[in-house]
Design a protein around this ligand. Structure first.
Ligand code: HEC
Length: 201
């Protein structure tokens, strides 16, 4: 992420220099375009929030309790998701449905569907509340994650949820996803002398 962001800036700068050269403008060797500014580590950090949900790598510090999460939920989520996360004006239930994956209809909730517990943290941190995404502290996100998993009966009332806790949780639906084995859906990195995409078909 860091290197990528810097590379993009470097490439953009090179493009501008190139454009000046072809338009015939004379530039001394030491002159640089006075556009943009170097990106700071602090700015990059705001965007560098990806989490490897399988084992929780990338989860931040901080923690939250079920009780704290209930307070966060009632203030920031209930208006859309309804009381006790059982469904509100814009979204259905986020509770229950565990074991319903083989039934019709399935009830898809963070408890019943997500294969890894960190998905709820990651999704909530980047996307919720929908009217103010990324406005919550990490502690608030941990807390509301704890509350929703507690409502789903997956963690006890006194749980203190943090990075380690989420990584250690075994979700009920973890092993129910089917790997897609068709050859044409497998991405293989190749930078030169690559086979045609469908050569194995
Ligand atoms: C302004 C309305 C609104 C508010 C407030 C809001 N949400 Fe949402 N939420 C939505 C909508 C709409 C979706 C469905 C988004 C989609 O499917 O693209 C959603 C989806 C979700 C999902 C995904 C459920 C799934 O399918 O797995 C989670 C988890 C979630 N919200 C948690 C929260 C939490 C936690 C809060 C409070 C911090 C919150 N939301 C506040 C509107 C809202």
């Amino acid at each position: 992420m860091h290197n990528l962001a810097k590379t993009i800036i470097a490439v953009t700068a090179a493009g501008i220099l190139g454009a000046c050269a072809t338009s015939g403008t004379q530039k001394s060797a030491t002159e640089v375009p006075k556009l943009g500014k170097p990106i700071s580590e602090q700015t990059v950090a705001l965007w560098n929030i990806d989490v490897r949900t399988k084992d929780g790598v990338g989860l931040p510090g901080g923690s939250g309790t079920v009780a704290q999460g209930k307070a966060v939920y009632e203030k920031q989520c209930a208006s859309c998701h309804g009381p006790d996360a059982k469904g509100g004006p814009v979204f259905g239930t986020m509770v229950g449905g565990i074991g319903s994956m083989t039934q019709s209809p399935r009830i898809l909730t963070p408890g019943s569907m997500y294969p890894y517990a960190a998905i709820l943290f990651d999704y909530t941190r980047r996307a919720m509340p929908m009217n103010a995404p990324q406005s919550m502290t990490n502690n608030e996100v941990y807390a509301v994650t704890a509350y929703i998993y507690n409502l789903n009966g997956l963690i006890p009332n006194d749980a203190v949820v943090d990075a380690k806790y989420l990584a250690a949780m075994k979700m009920p639906n973890r092993d129910a996803f089917i790997q897609d084995t068709r050859p044409d859906v497998k991405a293989e990195r190749c930078m030169s002398n690559c086979k045609p995409v469908n050569s194995k078909l």
